[in-house]
Design a protein around this ligand. Structure first.
Ligand SMILES: CC(C)(COP(=O)(O)OP(=O)(O)OC[C@H]1O[C@@H](n2cnc3c(N)ncnc32)[C@H](O)[C@@H]1OP(=O)(O)O)[C@@H](O)C(=O)NCCC(=O)NCCS
Length: 170
């Protein structure tokens, strides 16, 4: 497995996997297939341009993109010691063999060494036992619970807010 940050050349593969995730797991993401499927490829390419404050990482096997995770440092000066993770998704055929854990470890290392933040936050549906277990395994702990965070087809879902402390190199 190869993990690297995605570039504009990965736009089509990124969009295909992202839309697959939004369709497969509407309860796992705040965004939705309906809101993203018509995004022009040039806009995706723009989002994948290298930036100092953010990256989208992918895990590949035999050149095939199998997993995604995004991370972004907060924009406001007083919040810039923090980053947040979004869009964690592993294709069903690649699950259960450590891909998600390796990808998230990579993003956390980037948070410490490149973004140089002190903590990484994320939100996760409380019913998503696999994702909650993954995040706990990598050092995230719950610090909040938002009731009725998400509404999908009339069904309301709660969200854990989780944080992971990261250390920057001296
Ligand atoms: C959650 C998800 C990212 C896990 O990816 P993965 O590559 O299968 O996870 P890994 O194989 O790296 O597993 C790492 C740890 O996660 C936990 N985990 C993964 N799948 C699990 C499952 N089905 N049930 C319980 N725990 C699970 C375990 O703690 C596991 O460690 P272990 O193998 O030592 O027990 C993947 O299932 C996924 O993409 N789900 C759909 C999208 C989603 O829910 N995204 C999260 C949005 S917040």
């Amino acid at each position: 497995m190869q993990i690297r940050s995605l570039t504009p050349e990965d736009a089509s593969a990124f969009q295909a996997l992202r839309l697959r995730g939004l369709q497969e797991c509407p309860m796992a993401f705040a965004s939705s297939f309906e809101e993203e499927f018509a995004t022009p490829i040039v806009e995706i390419e723009r989002r994948l341009l290298p930036k100092p404050e953010a990256a989208i990482f992918g895990a590949f096997e035999d050149q095939t993109l199998l997993a995604l995770v995004g991370i972004r440092r907060e924009g406001m000066v007083k919040l810039a010691h923090k980053a947040f993770v979004w869009g964690m998704y592993v294709a069903p055929e690649a699950r259960g063999r450590g891909v998600g854990a390796e990808l998230l470890k990579y993003a956390l290392a980037y948070a410490g060494t490149t973004l140089r933040v002190r903590q990484v936050n994320l939100g996760v549906n409380t019913r998503n036992t696999a994702a909650v277990a993954l995040y706990r395994k990598l050092g995230f702990t719950e610090f909040g619970l938002e009731r009725e965070f998400l509404q999908v087809n009339g069904d309301l879902h709660d969200e854990y807010q989780m944080v992971c402390r990261v250390s920057s190199p001296a």
